[in-house]
Design a binder for this molecule. Structure first.
Ligand code: ATP
Ligand code: MG
Ligand code: MG
Ligand code: MG
Length: 470
């Protein structure tokens, strides 16, 4: 029996505890005191103050399994074997404590000895100039030079504007020929899913002054990140992150509701995987106090939830189906995240309300949009007008991205500037009227009735958003 997701999470944290690390609970998906980030997207993100020296860490060695959301990967979800908008990132961190040698050694020890992956299938990559990392992999770990891949700045140098930055070394796993794209030159670094990146080891050793001048940092740090789902997929030797134990249980549940077998039809599978992923995101986001709204995080949540609804429609699922899927998410993940169980009732209610709201109009909206598309095709037009897109948004609750996505499937696009202009006019009118309860087809007052005291505070109609207290 291969290790399960919940077991692997525990093994990772315990392994790094045995190496002197303090295991900390996952931080909230909502960044704390960080305006630069909408949602936490890596294990390192909530630890930034420790890296910059702004705050003193509780220990110089820390390990976490961090909930992450990457909406930037939304297009990949369901199409690649390795991307979700939600995933868990395992990480070990050193704040001026150990450096490259230990980081590399321990990552190898964990993968090959603790988890038992075949070393012959693992390939490290390094930053092209990082001879120090090369020496460690080659001399100390005994990896032949031809198995160590040197990549440029784009792939193997971690940097965000000015400040601490440095080279990284990633670990890839060869999942075998059957996953390869078959193109000549397909090897480590290829975009296909044969050589799957599983672990990124970042060595923050430089400070960039903002003008491209690098100086060695006095306090060198280690920041690593490994996707738990990806690790599980290679350990369990399955096709994708959607086939690992806990996520497969959820995917099977979606299959059952849709009455569609997985693995028979590509488009069906994409929809099954999209719903599976988005329900995970939505469940975790609400458990961290994010509420559906038209801005910021709340909009991301709304967009994911409505996108899941639409894929449900594509599969022929009728009525509300997301809350019971969220229950399966909770059952699969409460081991690592007891707050899911604690807030279960609240989470299910928020999802049910939002879905109900959207369900009232989605079929009508989809009908109107297909009329619009038919009309455009007749006239040979390629771009949907901003007013039409706004009507779908305002009356039927279609997030712009959803409209865009449906249009793209037909090789059409939308006048986004026109959309925003129409929205601005509506905003002004609304502000004047001071009475906006039915905005974007969603009655924003509905959440008040759930129990706003649980996690969030409604801050009024002006910005149509909820402020999280978490
Ligand atoms: P990829 O190149 O495959 O998109 P990445 O280089 O963007 O991955 P990093 O930013 O290096 O990923 O994040 C560290 C690790 O987190 C990755 O090695 C991977 O295991 C995991 N990871 C990153 N993005 C995702 C995702 N969307 N879904 C699941 N796991 C992810
Ligand atoms: Mg990526
Ligand atoms: Mg990468
Ligand atoms: Mg990477």
């Amino acid at each position: 029996q291969p290790y399960g997701v919940n077991q692997l999470r525990k093994m990772f944290l315990e392994f790094f505890e045995s190496k002197g690390h303090l295991a900390m609970k996952s931080f909230s998906l909502v960044p704390h005191n960080d305006k630069s980030l909408l949602l936490i997207n890596s294990g390192m993100a909530p630890l930034k103050p420790y890296f910059t020296g702004q705050e003193i860490p509780p220990r110089t060695r820390v390990t976490t399994c961090q909930k992450c959301i990457r909406t930037g990967d939304i297009e990949n979800v369901g199409k690649t074997a390795r991307h979700g908008t939600f995933f868990e990132m395992l990480g070990n961190f050193s704040f001026g404590d150990y450096f490259k040698e230990e980081a590399i050694e321990w990552s190898w020890e964990f993968l090959t000895e603790v988890v038992g992956l075949d070393p012959e299938r693992l390939y490290p990559s390094i930053y092209e100039n990082d001879d120090e990392a090369f020496e460690i992999w080659n001399k100390k770990m005994g990896i032949p030079a031809e198995r160590i891949f040197r990549f440029g700045k784009e792939d193997n140098f971690w940097e965000h504007g000015s400040g601490p930055c440095g080279p990284c070394s990633e670990i890839y796993y060869d999942r075998g020929e059957k996953y390869g794209c078959g193109k000549p030159g397909c090897t480590v670094g290829c975009e296909c899913d044969r050589y799957m990146e599983i672990w990124n080891n970042v060595f923050t050793q430089f400070d960039n002054d903002g003008n491209g001048n690098y100086s060695e940092l006095e306090q060198k740090n280690i920041d690593t990140g490994m996707g738990l789902e990806r690790l599980a997929s290679v350990v369990q030797d399955v096709d994708s992150i959607f086939d690992v134990d806990t996520i497969k249980a959820l995917r099977d549940h979606v299959s059952k509701l849709a009455n569609k077998e997985y693995g028979k039809d590509y488009n069906t599978d994409v929809s099954l995987r999209v719903i599976t992923d988005h329900v995970r995101s939505v469940t975790f986001m609400i458990s961290d106090g994010i509420m559906p709204s038209n801005e910021g995080r709340g909009y991301v949540l709304r967009r994911l939830l409505r996108r899941a609804c639409r894929h449900g429609r594509l599969l022929g699922i009728e009525g509300n189906f997301l809350p019971e899927l969220a229950e399966t998410v909770i059952a699969g993940s409460k081991d690592g995240y007891p707050e899911l169980e604690e807030k279960k009732e609240f989470i299910l209610k928020v999802i049910a309300k939002e879905e109900e709201q959207f369900n009232k109009t989605i079929d009508q909206g989809l009908g109107i949009l297909s009329d619009m598309i038919a009309n455009m095709e007749e006239k040979g037009e390629k771009t949907l007008s901003g007013e039409d897109a706004f009507r779908l948004y305002d009356t039927y609750g279609f997030p712009l991205d959803l409209t865009k996505e449906i249009l793209e499937e037909k090789d059409l696009d939308v006048d986004e500037d026109g959309f925003h202009a129409a929205m601005e006019i509506q905003r002004k009118t609304a502000r004047d009227a001071r009475e906006v309860t039915n905005y974007m087809g969603a009655d924003v007052t509905v959440y008040e009735s759930i129990d706003p005291s649980v996690t969030s505070k409604f801050v009024g109609y002006d910005n149509l958003t909820y402020e999280s207290n978490v």
